[in-house]
Design a protein around this ligand. Structure first.
Ligand code: ZN
Length: 133
């Protein structure tokens, strides 16, 4: 989960400083909680629905990457076993494995590109006001 959130930045509404967001800060945003800017210590939150949506989309992207990893590993194993039992020739097995690995890297590349986003953070009122607003 931690690796999935690397590369996400947030711009502080108070000091305009661009922060490298940590996992717990991202978790706070996802549940609509406020957190302190690591630069000016003022309260921040993410209240823009579009940005929250993008952040949550990353969560499913991380899931996709994890399941893809399992799928590719299974495909490679199946190809290897098929070669052993004589259903595939060595060349066919190699081609199959190569395609599987290529698909894997293509998806990882797309996932990595989508991950580099900068969130524009909003100023939050005092912590207790978060739920009333
Ligand atoms: Zn700040």
């Amino acid at each position: 989960m931690t690796a999935a959130f690397l590369g996400i930045k947030g711009r502080c509404a108070h000091c305009q400083f661009t922060l490298e967001l940590k996992t717990w800060e991202l978790n706070a945003m996802a549940i609509n909680e406020s957190f302190a800017c690591s630069h000016c210590q003022k309260s921040l939150r993410l209240s823009c629905p579009t940005q929250i949506k993008r952040l949550k989309a990353l969560d499913s992207l991380a899931m996709l990457r994890a399941s893809l990893r399992v799928m590719i590993a299974t495909a490679l194993l199946v190809a290897l076993v098929m070669e052993w039992v004589g259903m595939l020739t060595g060349i066919e097995q190699l081609n199959f494995s190569l395609i599987a690995v290529l698909i894997y890297f293509a998806v990882m590349l797309i996932a990595r590109r989508r991950q580099h986003l900068t969130l524009i953070l909003q100023a939050a009122k005092a912590h207790t006001d978060t739920f009333t607003s």
